[in-house]
Write a protein that binds this ligand. Structure first.
Ligand code: 13P
Ligand code: SF4
Length: 308
């Protein structure tokens, strides 16, 4: 089948089955282009909760599809690339969290959405990179925060909010490579450009970056918004490379320079057009949780969505 035939068939099946395709900004350009909704983790969760579709084809990694299925238990949630995982979600288990909480019984557990349902079930509040600051700032000041699993996002939040926090030692294998020297070198090379940085990056809590007048820290959706609204013509993009597809589509006359050509999430790239078509044809791979686990995992997500 040619690419055009695959796309036509996907469109036909979507209509026949009342399905919607949700895709994260880090998926392949051709997958982004067939999505009904393209977003970051927060936007995708919100969309999963409001869609009228019967089937959600989730083009992203497993924790994202699992989150959609927690939010929308009456829909069939399909993940086209069954094995698409995430180094953050794999870096902490429910057992780890239980033990951590035992050692800190008064602490509040705030989990990044990049976690498994089992971890969410032991969590007080979920957050994404879009709302992490807001969520943490809204929590009672006398409570210590146990933040899991991203050490860089956690350190960034701690620095900005000044809250008492213990932070798990997990990282995103893609963003963790984005360090301060990389950012400072690019700022020097392009003196007219802003650098837009995802807070999962290892430079996110370094004062040399935080205090730089041309450095900005945002979730993926925040990066896209800044580039659209800014009068500047050039931006250095310090997040996953494929974000540039959307940035360039929104701003055809502006220039986007990747911080490094290898900031690529191989897990997101496992989603191909062929797999999306197969997912719709065979209604595979369904992500569904036992109801008792789903209900426990839903609570911290609900608190997050209410605060967002
Ligand atoms: P956001 O979608 O919240 O920007 O998070 C980035 C990410 O790494 C998702 O896996
Ligand atoms: Fe996980 Fe990082 Fe890939 Fe996002 S970019 S899915 S955090 S490994």
């Amino acid at each position: 089948m040619t690419q055009t035939e695959i796309i036509d068939r996907i469109k036909q099946l979507k209509k026949e089955k009342n399905a919607i395709i949700l895709a994260h900004y880090y998926t392949r350009p051709e997958v982004q282009d067939i999505a009904d909704y393209l977003g970051d983790s927060l936007g995708l969760s919100q969309m999963a909760g409001t869609t009228e579709a019967d089937i959600i084809v989730f083009c992203g990694v497993h924790f994202m599809a699992e989150t959609a299925s927690i939010i929308s238990p009456n829909k069939k949630v399909l993940i086209p690339a069954e094995g698409a995982g995430c180094s953050l979600a794999e870096g902490v288990t429910g057992y780890d969290l239980r033990e951590w909480k035992k050692a800190n019984p008064d602490g509040l557990i705030v989990s990044y959405v990049n976690t498994t349902a089992e971890v969410k079930a032991y969590t007080d509040y979920c957050c994404t990179s879009s709302n992490a600051l807001k969520i943490v700032q809204s929590l009672p000041k006398d409570k210590k925060i146990l933040f899991v699993p991203d050490k860089n996002l956690g350190a960034y939040i701690q620095k900005v909010t000044g809250r008492e926090m213990e932070i798990w030692n997990g990282d995103c294998c893609v963003h963790d490579k984005i360090d301060t020297q990389m950012v400072l070198d690019k700022l020097e090379e392009y003196p007219d450009a802003d650098v837009l940085i995802h807070p999962e990056s290892s430079c996110s809590h370094d004062d040399r970056v935080l205090n730089h007048p041309r450095a900005f820290m945002y979730s993926t959706a925040g990066i896209i918004k800044h580039a659209k609204e800014s009068p500047k013509q050039r931006f250095i993009i310090a997040t996953e490379l494929e974000t540039i597809h959307k940035l360039q589509a929104d701003n055809p006359t502006k220039e986007f320079i990747p911080i490094h050509p290898k900031t690529i999430c191989g897990q997101m790239k496992k989603v191909t057009l062929e797999k999306v078509l197969e997912a719709l044809e065979k209604e595979q791979y369904e992500v569904r949780l036992p109801e008792d686990l789903r209900e426990k995992a839903w609570l911290p997500i609900q608190r997050m969505l209410d605060l967002s």
